[in-house]
Design a protein around this ligand. Structure first.
Ligand code: SF4
Length: 392
């Protein structure tokens, strides 16, 4: 989740543009849905969280074995994010975090705004060596946030947790989801996020999976306008903004940076299976939390080998293999489109991202030569079995 430069067209992901990381060898971030259990029932939950822990959840011993392999990634282990559900539902969370830290793995936690999110629990996480917590905020007021999530009191819990975390020396990140309902509140949310003194604002763009399938996403042109606003906001706020499942933000941020005479923008560089890997509560190794295509399972497969060599992961790191617009786009190496959305909407993970409004120069020439369908016809023809929300 960090910084690319200019577009290039290599077939392999190769070294990341922000240092020594080679995304063919190691992810930058590993998010681990350590439990699907959650006391809340948020309307847009990707995980379709449930009140109780799944009986087949990874045990403490299995979880420690996963951490051993996380630490084995070279040249350095990824940032390990304990997620859920609500990771606080695991009584061994602090033990696992401390074990990871002892092996040199940096850790963060994304707790739910449940009654478990207390100052005492945050203190225990801090003492275990956790360096950051990420809190979900989907509105600038209690009315907007609690209304969207369907959880009264959630906004107050989040605000209090942010204060406690900062008092305890934990860095705070805010995660927010863009939908047609929440988009209009983002300017006020940007002000609130700045007042909260966070280090990062991670903005999630809807992928129609889990309970989120019932929500309405922005269309391609609206998404383009929203991303322009986000890039403009980044130019004046002190915290970093990155997007999840909207890598075309990088196209916009880089264009703006070059127009200013800068070489590039710090806007993130990972994609599904490319610098990022997700482990489910039962050990499935997914390229994204929004794409339940598995490359293996930690119970019988080796995490490092799956990330590096599973055909699914290798395909996702080869932008020349993408289809439609994304496959010929001059931005395919720094963007490549949301693979999870392509999968959720069309049924195939290598298809084009239907929520990107950009028409690459080469694709335009192909349309003019009669070698490709205009984008709207292309996506209409791929209206997938999963799809209630293909843009018009
Ligand atoms: S066409 Fe695909 S690769 Fe190009 S900017 Fe849009 S989403 Fe990214």
């Amino acid at each position: 989740m960090a910084a690319p430069t200019a577009p290039h067209t290599s077939a392999s992901s190769g070294p990341s543009p922000h240092g020594e990381l080679d995304f063919d060898r190691a992810p930058m971030v590993l998010t681990w849905e350590i439990s699907q259990a959650c006391a809340l029932q948020c309307v847009h939950c990707r995980a379709e969280a449930r009140p109780h822990r799944h009986p087949d959840e990874l045990t403490t011993d299995e979880a420690r074995a996963v951490i051993d392999r996380v630490a084995d990634f070279e040249p350095r282990p990824p940032y390990l994010v304990f997620s859920g559900g609500d990771p606080l539902e695991r009584p061994d969370l602090e033990e696992l975090a401390a074990y990871a830290v002892s092996l040199g793995v940096q850790t963060a936690v994304t707790p739910a705004s449940s009654p478990l999110l207390t100052r005492e629990r945050l203190e225990r996480l801090r003492d275990a060596g956790v360096v950051r917590i990420a809190l979900s905020l989907d509105g600038a007021t209690a009315e907007a946030h609690d209304g969207f999530r369907g959880e009264p009191g959630s906004f107050a819990t989040i605000m209090q947790a942010a204060t406690h975390a900062q008092e305890l020396g934990l860095a705070v990140q805010v995660n927010s989801t863009v939908t047609r309902n929440t988009a209009g509140d983002f300017p006020r949310m940007a002000e609130l996020v700045e007042e909260m003194g966070v280090v990062m604002w991670e903005v999630f763009f809807l992928v129609p999976v889990g309970r989120g399938a019932v929500l309405e996403a922005l269309g391609p042109d609206e998404t383009e306008g929203f991303l322009e606003w986000l890039a403009e906001t980044q130019e004046r706020v002190p915290f970093r903004i990155i997007t999840v499942e909207a890598p075309h933000y990088r196209r916009i941020a880089h264009r703006r940076a070059r127009a200013r005479g800068d070489r590039g923008a710090r806007v993130g560089s990972t994609g599904d299976g490319k610098g990022f890997v997700f482990v489910s509560h039962t050990g499935e190794i997914y390229p994204s939390g929004f794409m339940s295509l598995s490359g293996g399972n930690v119970r019988q497969d080796d995490l490092v080998e799956v990330y590096r060599d599973a055909p699914l992961f290798r395909e996702l790191r080869d932008p020349d293999g993408f289809r439609g617009k994304c496959g010929v786009c001059e931005y395919r190496s720094i963007c490549g489109g949301s693979r999870a959305r392509a999968w959720a909407v069309t049924g195939h993970h290598l298809e084009s991202d239907p929520f990107c409004a950009y028409v690459p120069r080469q694709y335009q020439r192909m349309v003019e030569a009669g070698e490709a369908l205009p984008p709207e016809d292309y996506f209409r023809a791929r209206r997938g079995r999963r799809l209630p929300v293909l843009p018009n």
